[in-house]
Design a protein around this ligand. Structure first.
Ligand SMILES: [Ca+2]
Length: 128
């Protein structure tokens, strides 16, 4: 049941039980004016965990310039689990349900190396 459906550009719908998400061109720097959305859809009753191997985006106040946003659900209006930028160690992020909406954006100047993460889904108790 592995499938990856291409949306536009770097955006993807992900329905496998695990996988890798990385910024465009990683491990080289991402470009200016990127916009990628990854929607992870796990099986009902499962939850999703992201584990970051590396994270380095342009740093900015409130991550207004470049950002990675992780939402607890499958839409852009789902509640925000994390808004990330800068160069940092990111702790694992876990959803409460079987959907996760991940959005990467960069503005018109200054890029960074980007990020790489692995995601996996498991029955609720297995991740806790
Ligand atoms: Ca930037």
């Amino acid at each position: 049941m592995f499938s990856t459906t291409k949306k536009s550009g770097c955006s993807r719908n992900l329905t496998a039980s695990s996988g890798v998400i990385q910024s465009p061109n990683y491990p080289s720097s991402y470009s200016n004016v990127e916009h990628c959305v990854w929607i992870i859809r796990a099986l009902p009753g499962r939850r999703i965990q992201l584990t970051f191997q590396s994270f380095s985006l342009q740093s900015s106040v409130f991550c207004r310039s470049d950002s990675l946003m992780v939402r607890n659900g499958g839409t852009p209006s789902s509640s925000l689990l994390a808004r990330l930028c800068g160069t940092r160690t990111v702790s694992p992020i876990t959803s409460t349900g079987n959907l996760m909406y991940i959005e990467f954006q960069s503005d018109a100047t200054i890029t960074g190396r980007g990020f790489r993460l692995t995601w996996s889904s498991a029955r609720r108790k297995e991740l806790l």
